[in-house]
Design a binder for this molecule. Structure first.
Ligand SMILES: Nc1nc2c(ncn2[C@@H]2O[C@H](COP(=O)(O)OP(=O)(O)OP(=O)(O)O)[C@@H](O)[C@H]2O)c(=O)[nH]1
Ligand SMILES: [Mg+2]
Length: 346
């Protein structure tokens, strides 16, 4: 009886949350995102109900090295979108611990410029070192904002390791942000980051060395060519031949390098226009359908992986994992054998 009452209460709350999200209630939207982020028992019910309302937002990934000005740029872009009459959801994924919180605080300060505007909703997320969980949770939060009706969703990630490649499978348009004066680092830009960029941005264009960075990036772009796209899928990097690439030359998307001074909003409206051109190109070329397909496949894979992971861990006998670790450390067994033994137990 108590269980039934609890269930009824739970679904009642879920209904209220879903209603809130769909009707622009910010408090309920924030609570829903928190549930999704914390992967509560109710989270999948919420996502299940909200998913049919998603699919309208254009999702823009903003990635790049630490300190290149991504947050400032996202804030400035959001302002431009607001001036154009569009609503904006912002997800800032922070690699730092929520307990040290320095960068989160910094983001709050920056985003204060947007506070009080009902057409903008901003959420900072800590990755909490969750392995592979980043893209699933991010995708889920984006789905909630999408269902809530935001026209554009900006997702900021620091371009370290896999994060920048993962963002490309979450976003429709990916902006890669560079800053001048990084010298040799421009040379060190991984090939992968150019391949995921739909638009390259040199922010801090008020700083010396802009033209050298511009030339370096343009040269790299020329070398790279743009007939193929690198998309993370099924745990491996697949080269996807886009339908447009197979067609006429003028149908290809030209990755351009744009200069901005985000701190002064210089060049940001032009950047916004370029993002909108990319969106139009995606639709006209048929590439949008390809990306949606990959996005969905990726989402599905992430859900299955997270669920399998949860099931495996929940069935693992208490302490068994630690025993195995100790045994491996003593070289009584090895990680491969131990993993096979543990899986066998299940
Ligand atoms: N000179 C100059 N400084 C800028 C510009 N844009 C941002 N900054 C400054 O650069 C610093 C870093 O900006 P953020 O927007 O926090 O950079 P970020 O890439 O989000 O940083 P992380 O999230 O920590 O990786 C801040 O002090 C900004 O005020 C710009 O166009 N020109
Ligand atoms: Mg930032």
């Amino acid at each position: 009886m108590a269980a039934i009452t609890a269930l009824a209460q739970r679904s009642e709350t879920a209904t209220a949350l879903i209603d809130g999200v769909l009707h622009g209630n910010r408090l309920l939207l924030a609570r829903t995102i928190t549930q999704v982020e914390n992967q509560t028992a109710q989270a999948s019910d919420l996502l299940h109900a909200l998913y049919p309302h998603s699919g309208r937002a254009h999702i823009i990934g903003v990635t790049g090295a630490p300190g290149t000005g991504k947050s400032t740029l996202v804030t400035a872009l959001a302002r431009c979108y607001r001036q154009a009459g569009m609503t904006v959801g912002i997800v800032a994924i922070d690699p730092t611990s929520p307990f040290t919180g320095g960068a989160l605080l910094g983001d709050r300060v920056r985003m204060r410029a947007l506070a009080g505007d009902a057409g903008v909703f901003m959420r900072s997320m800590a990755t909490r070192g969750s392995l592979g969980g980043l893209s699933k949770t991010t995708g889920d939060v984006v789905t909630v904002l999408d269902a809530a009706g935001f026209d554009r969703i900006l997702v900021e990630t620091v371009g370290v390791g896999q994060a920048e490649v993962e963002i490309a499978s979450t976003a429709h348009t990916t902006l890669v942000v560079e800053a001048p004066g990084l010298g040799d680092e421009v040379q060190a830009i991984k090939a992968g980051i150019l391949e995921i960029a739909d638009v390259l941005v040199i922010n801090k264009a008020d700083r010396p060395g802009v033209d050298a960075t511009l030339r370096a990036l343009q040269m790299m772009l020329q070398i790279e060519g743009e007939s193929t796209r690198l998309v993370r899928h099924h745990g491996q990097l697949l080269r996807v031949e886009s339908p447009a690439a197979a067609g006429a030359e003028e149908q290809r998307w030209q990755v351009t390098v744009m200069k901005t001074v985000a701190a002064e909003s210089t060049g940001v409206e032009e950047l916004r226009a370029q993002v909108e051109r990319h969106r139009e190109w995606l639709v006209a070329s048929g590439e949008m359908a390809v990306r949606e397909q990959l996005r969905i496949a990726n989402t599905l894979e992430n859900i299955i992986r997270a669920e399998l992971n949860r099931r495996i861990l929940s069935r693992m006998p208490d302490g068994r994992m630690n025993e195995m670790v100790d045994a491996i450390r003593r070289r009584e067994t090895d990680p491969y054998r131990a993993a096979a033994d543990l899986l066998h137990l299940l």
